[in-house]
Design a protein. Sequence first.
Length: 50
Amino acid sequence: MKGDDRADKRRKRLNRAGLAAVILLAPGGFILGATLAARHYRNRRASKPD
């Protein structure tokens, strides 16, 4: 089970690194990054109890 946790953490780090590379290197990446950030915070705000 410990190996599965490490693999999950590694996959999550690689996904974030890949996403960061796309946002920083791709044309229009800043627009994509802003859209993803807005979506993240909107979903986070909606999931919080009042």
